[in-house]
Design a binder for this molecule. Structure first.
Ligand SMILES: NC(=O)c1ccc[n+]([C@@H]2O[C@H](COP(=O)([O-])OP(=O)(O)OC[C@H]3O[C@@H](n4cnc5c(N)ncnc54)[C@H](O)[C@@H]3O)[C@@H](O)[C@H]2O)c1
Length: 259
């Protein structure tokens, strides 16, 4: 049988759409354009924007889902169960750390800020999978994706606590891939180069990071959210059916450079 990127008849939940610049939004649109029905789980404050954006999707399902507490995640899946049904794809494109701790010395991190950053940015991945399994909402042979950044494995100025969260997230990807492999469900992370989004604007000196990445990358340019969405399409399709537990880079080659 010829395998393609066609996702006709599949269903996806996308967490992490807040603006039209969100990486999650580019992925949601790409999945939808390729036949996948989309449910969006978003923060309360993003609701007005998400409702407007969702007009571009075919038959979307919308519900709030804040990652700060298990009960919010549980409520989301209860609604998903009633209004959308089982899913083949989960896109986790969520991260948060207080701006105060995305600058200066990492060791100044406060306990509470550290815990919140980890809960929202890393713990939320196993948490949504736990809820999806509990509600029996995950179809076999599906694909789960999260978003990460090079700051997980290299020290990147000002990325600080978020780098530590991304390290936990990437490790979670490997354990979750092991957990879900027997159901044929794959779990991978996309490590994206810098893109100007709302989350990125919280990182002190982000403009400099963008410029540096374009100057140093082998391809001498920045990437776009659409580049990430293209990789997400591949990782959600049967074309990647034997790829799991991986961190796949889309960064114009920046991460291979030593000097
Ligand atoms: N923009 C980049 O340069 C870049 C590079 C690599 C990886 N990433 C990752 O991509 C993902 C998406 O970020 P983005 O750049 O599209 O920015 P974004 O600000 O558009 O998306 C971040 C999302 O996280 C959501 N979020 C924050 N706190 C939340 C909470 N408590 N509960 C539920 N949702 C919450 C926001 O509502 C938003 O939708 C993040 O994991 C980010 O770390 C971004």
């Amino acid at each position: 049988m010829k395998k393609t990127l066609d996702l006709a008849g599949k269903k996806a939940v996308v967490f992490g759409v807040a603006t039209d610049k969100s990486i999650g939004w580019s992925i949601a649109k790409a999945l939808n354009d390729n036949g996948c029905r989309i449910a969006l789980g978003y923060q309360e404050r993003a609701e007005p924007y998400v409702k407007e954006l969702a007009k571009e999707l075919k038959e979307p399902f919308l519900a709030q889902c804040d990652m700060v507490a298990d009960e919010f995640i549980e409520n989301f899946f209860e609604k998903l169960d009633k209004g959308f049904g089982k899913v083949d794809v989960i896109i986790h494109s969520v991260a948060f750390a207080k701006k105060d701790f995305l600058q200066g010395k990492y060791y100044n991190i406060e306990r509470r800020a550290y815990n919140t950053a980890q809960e929202v940015s890393a713990y939320s991945l196993p948490a949504v999978i736990k809820a999806a399994v509990k509600w029996n909402l995950l179809n076999g042979n599906g694909s789960i994706l999260t978003l990460t950044y090079l700051g997980s494995e290299k020290a990147v100025q000002n990325y600080n606590v978020m780098g530590v969260c991304k390290a936990a997230l990437e490790s979670s990807v490997r354990y979750l891939a092991l957990d879900l492999g027997e159901k044929g469900i794959r779990v991978n992370a996309i490590s994206a180069g810098p893109i100007a989004t709302m989350a990125a604007s919280g990182i002190t000196g982000f403009e400099g990071i963008l410029k540096h990445a374009a100057d140093k990358a082998p391809l001498k340019r920045n990437i776009s959210a659409e580049d990430v969405a293209n990789l997400a399409l591949f990782l959600c399709s049967d074309l990647s059916k034997n790829i799991t537990g991986q961190v796949v880079y889309v960064d114009a080659g920046y991460s291979i450079i030593g000097l």
